[in-house]
Design a protein around this ligand. Sequence first.
Ligand code: CA
Ligand code: CA
Length: 199
Amino acid sequence: MAELNAKIRSIKCAVIGLFIVSSMITMSACVAEKRVEKPVSAQIPTGDFTLIAHYADVFLSANNGTGGHRTIFAQTLIDGVDEPNKADEINDYYILDIRKPDDYAAGHVAGAVNVQLGDLAKRDVLATLPTDKPILIICSTGHTASIANAILSCLGYDAWTLRFGMASWGASTPTAVWSSTVKQDIKGGNYAVVTGTQP
Ligand SMILES: [Ca+2]
Ligand SMILES: [Ca+2]
């Protein structure tokens, strides 16, 4: 009987000992974690998030020399200077016009496909966008196109914004600049447009 009690006591001691040791290991791990500040990059989860963060970095750190982030001037697109390995002419691009259908029908760049901004990230719409050529996004002034550009860039597309949008393309476009109710004429390049609902 005494021998059995001694065995039980030794088992109890072993269990308590294990508990103390494991608690100490856990505590020291917590202290170590608090002491070592992880760099920000190490806190980004792996997987899809890392890929999106990479594309976001590419987009935000890009500057094509004109002060804009992945923007291109209308004149550059139709000046006849067309280097084979550079997206420097309108024919190099898949053209996406994200304005309202009425504005699109009133006049758009030849070949431009009309997709509303709100529909752009729908799966079936994304599936129509090319992954083997740059995408030129056109809106009225460039603001909305830049939103679409940022989104498509984060999804891995080679997206570009027509700088100042259709205001830079038409002869003269009444545009609200400093007030939502007052419009002033913005002079554009007076380049050709196609009217109607078809590209
Ligand atoms: Ca050109
Ligand atoms: Ca080219």
